[in-house]
Design a protein around this ligand. Structure first.
Ligand code: FDA
Length: 306
């Protein structure tokens, strides 16, 4: 109930204006976001890579409604990819992309063309792109665009969400040689008709999908902070005789940093999802919905500065 309410807030423009203009402690945002500029993103990437972690950079923004905005997002990705390449941060750093930020909601062809340009720039910089997954109304369109992109850019990564009832079948389709697949629980408010509602059902689905991906020939990327699921991932990877370089773990910047370093020290590839940019509101609200303790932290900071 609280999660649904908080997620509804992520779509409220009035609340977005209120929060963005409140004299928020920079620390609240900085805990989960590298900063607002490309230089901030590059600086934090360099630090994380220096600590033995790998990175996927996300230029914040979603649900774009204007072609000009979509074009600006594409240009931002081209610029950061060029900088990552020239600063020697690839292939340790790749990028994650929301197709809705490239115009998917009003012109799928435009979003595809922009995504192609970004995949090309990633290839030139010797790295890859992963297509984030958004709410369930976009799943088919995103997977169709992924299939088209993979014809020329086979390293393009997919994301699947364990809370969706369809995802086990999607994992079977995607578990083929060369296929990079990020498995996450899912971060949007979804109806019962398409998504499991209880934590237990979502976790069970996650384990079924994890097994399907490990049993296949692709490259699974387990994106979770859940200690139980990470333990199951480690154990099942041994059971399926997977080398440590044939799969990876992923976590969000600012969440369980000690566990991120433990996994890297244990020899796993540990990739940190690192958002940057000025449009941090919806991203931050989804993080708050995941953990009420974060909400208390956020409200305390608002009150102390407000
Ligand atoms: P869960 O939320 O059940 O948390 C398990 C435990 O982890 C908690 O008990 C707590 O200890 C810790 N924890 C979790 N979240 C925390 C937080 N915010 N702060 C502090 N501790 C926390 N979703 C999506 O729909 N589409 C996408 O493309 C992506 N992409 C993506 C990439 C990467 C790299 C990650 C890690 C996650 C995503 N997600 C996502 C988000 C994902 O769907 C999910 O909402 C979050 O990862 C939280 O789920 P957990 O698996 O961590 O479990």
């Amino acid at each position: 109930m609280l999660r649904t309410l908080i997620l509804a807030a992520s779509r409220s423009e009035a609340l977005e204006r209120l929060v963005e203009t409140a004299p928020l402690s920079r620390d609240v945002v900085r805990r989960f976001v590298a900063g607002t500029t490309p230089d901030d993103a590059l600086r934090v990437t360099r630090r994380l890579v220096g600590e033995g972690l790998t990175v996927t950079l996300d230029h914040l923004g979603e649900d774009t409604t204007r072609p000009g905005q979509a074009e600006a997002t594409k240009d931002a990705y081209l610029a950061i990819l060029a900088a990552l390449g020239t600063q020697g941060l690839t292939p340790a750093a790749e990028v994650s992309l929301k197709l809705s930020a490239l115009g998917q909601r009003f012109d799928e062809k435009l979003a595809y063309e922009h995504a192609r340009a970004i995949c090309q720039a990633a290839g030139n910089a010797h790295t890859t792109v992963t297509l984030d997954m958004e709410d369930h109304t976009t799943t088919d369109s995103t997977l169709e665009i992924l299939t088209k992109l993979r014809k020329d850019f086979p390293g393009t990564g997919a994301v699947v969400q364990a809370y969706l009832r369809r995802t086990e079948a999607d994992c079977r389709e995607l578990a083929h040689t060369g296929s990079r697949v990020r498995l996450c629980k899912g971060a949007y408010a979804e109806p019962e008709s398409v998504a499991y509602q209880s934590k237990l059902d979502v976790d069970r689905s996650y384990v079924r999908c994890l097994n399907t991906l490990l049993a296949g020939n692709g490259y699974p990327m387990f994106a979770t902070h859940d200690p139980r699921l990470i333990g199951i991932g480690e154990e099942r990877a041994r059971w399926y005789d997977r080398n440590q370089d044939s799969f990876e773990f992923q976590m969000l910047y600012g969440v369980r940093p000690d566990e991120q370093r433990r996994l890297a020290r244990a020899g796993y590839t540990m990739r940190v999802y690192l958002p940057y940019g000025t449009e941090w509101y919806a991203y931050l609200v989804r993080r708050l919905a995941e953990r009420p303790a974060n909400l208390a932290f956020f409200l305390r900071a608002l009150r102390s500065r407000g």
